[in-house]
Design a protein around this ligand. Sequence first.
Ligand SMILES: NC(=O)c1ccc[n+]([C@@H]2O[C@H](COP(=O)([O-])OP(=O)(O)OC[C@H]3O[C@@H](n4cnc5c(N)ncnc54)[C@H](O)[C@@H]3O)[C@@H](O)[C@H]2O)c1
Length: 327
Amino acid sequence: MPLHTQGFKDEVNTIAVVGAGLIGCSWAALFAAAGNQVNLYDSRPEAARLMSDFWTSVKPTLIKLGMATAETVPKLEVFTTLADAIRDADFIQECIPERLDAKQALYAEMEPVLKPQAIVATSSSGLKLSDLQAQWQDPGRIIIAHPFNPPHLIPLVELYGNERTAEGVLQRSTALYERCGKVVITLKREVLAHVANRLQAALWREAIHLVIEDVASLKDVDTAVSAGPGLRWAVMGPHLLLNLGGGEGGLRAYCEQFKDSYHQWWDDLGTPQLTAQNIDKLVQALGEEIAGRDYNQLRSERDNKLVAILGAMKDVEAKHLKADDVA
Ligand SMILES: NC(=O)c1ccc[n+]([C@@H]2O[C@H](COP(=O)([O-])OP(=O)(O)OC[C@H]3O[C@@H](n4cnc5c(N)ncnc54)[C@H](O)[C@@H]3O)[C@@H](O)[C@H]2O)c1
């Protein structure tokens, strides 16, 4: 168990997921596959069918990852009222659309019904915790827990709590997420869009610039990421990798060798906007790249490759652990 969660049992028996869209269904599938009782609520009446279709579509993937078997029947119940879904929940993963007014209205409805120790974790991609806390009687129980899509496959979850966050809430949440197989990072201060989306935004901005300025085709720009640095980034972050790029001298040698180059490159990076014209150009170029493959085909291609990478990494980590045991 990681040091920072030692002594914290997550003590979560029931998790409520509120919002059964792209992110909510994926969280619900992950929590259920990890053996939790999951209560789901969405304001749309078709939520039960959406969740059932989602579970059926991801079950083979969960089986390949060793998170479910053919016999697994998820403890997943879909409720038609918010109060019934959250009343017995120890932990609530909120996944409604990214609008502050909608989230605040939902919290006002939730707060009187919650169990005393229940934690509310919002999946919000970019809203500020201080704004999300504003109308709570007890702001100490709400935190940011931002997943990367799709949460049932991408391990990362970004946690943020501030000076108003109650003692133990981040640690209990970390313990729960780690029990469900997530990899947790914790932000030290509030920043727009957390960490991973800022990194994605920085890379995507330059990728758009290269396409719009006709430096390379959209297909080649995507390939430059997925067949190059993207593959390395799956195993190590940029600092660790560039530490290796500096040879025996490590990151310091790398910085000394390339600082002038980076300063020139950073000055030369593009700052495109998502104007209607640029969106049209990107969408048209994307159409040529995907060549008729539909959403579901692309989704299963992504998921199959992710499962292969995750499985291979698990094997490598297990071998390292075994080697450490022997040594
Ligand atoms: N889409 C992504 O890639 C992504 C990634 C990480 C985090 N997020 C965050 O997750 C949250 C949800 O995003 P999404 O993409 O799943 O949205 P979505 O539009 O796919 O799903 C939102 C769901 O919430 C339901 N809903 C709306 N109001 C509700 C209410 N008051 N009570 C209950 N249900 C309600 C909707 O019917 C819908 O099913 C957002 O905060 C978003 O920023 C999204």
